[in-house]
Design a protein around this ligand. Sequence first.
Ligand SMILES: [Zn+2]
Length: 216
Amino acid sequence: MEKTEGITLKSIEFREFQRIITVMTRDMGIISLIVSRLGSKNYRLINLTSPLTCGEFVFKQRKSDLWRFLDGSILNAHAPIRQELSRLSAAQVMLKRVLDTQLPHKPAPALYFLLKTFLQRLQSTPVPDTLLTAFTLKFLLHEGLLSTKTICGTCSAPNSHHFYSGDNFCSNCAPPFSTALTSEEWQQMIHLLACRSFDALETLPLNLPKLQLLCN
Ligand SMILES: [Zn+2]
């Protein structure tokens, strides 16, 4: 029997009163669990096994990758996110980023912490778009898909602010579909990545549409 904290990313109905859930855990990366006894009155289990909910999961490992859920408790159901479309949309993009990129059973505690703290803040932030952009840039940096070096990847020229596929280029070497930032926008991105407090992050003056281009 094992126990870990996690955030449900995805939930699929399976047979009667069962679900297969995909959970980003604090200690084990992504795991899949089969949950039984999901009667329509079992609100605690239904909420725990719905996407977005952060909770403690108790389970038994099996030979296959699909482990058996035994019990659990809700730490945060993120109700305020579910009640507003702009927050919910931002949260769904965050969950999908993690779901689409992380390998099963490969621990990524820093990424788990990133997701957990951003979902927490998303409940009350006045600027969900800014939060989503900050999350995505930090996520890309974590995954090695964003470079903060301003040296051209081809000719090593300094002050190269054209981004393409995790590398930077000068205006001469930039590939056709790269995103060009001004040095001011580049500074904004650096400030945003370095930001340690949500209060500061939410009040940064940002050219959000430009920074969002880097996240595609
Ligand atoms: Zn160059």
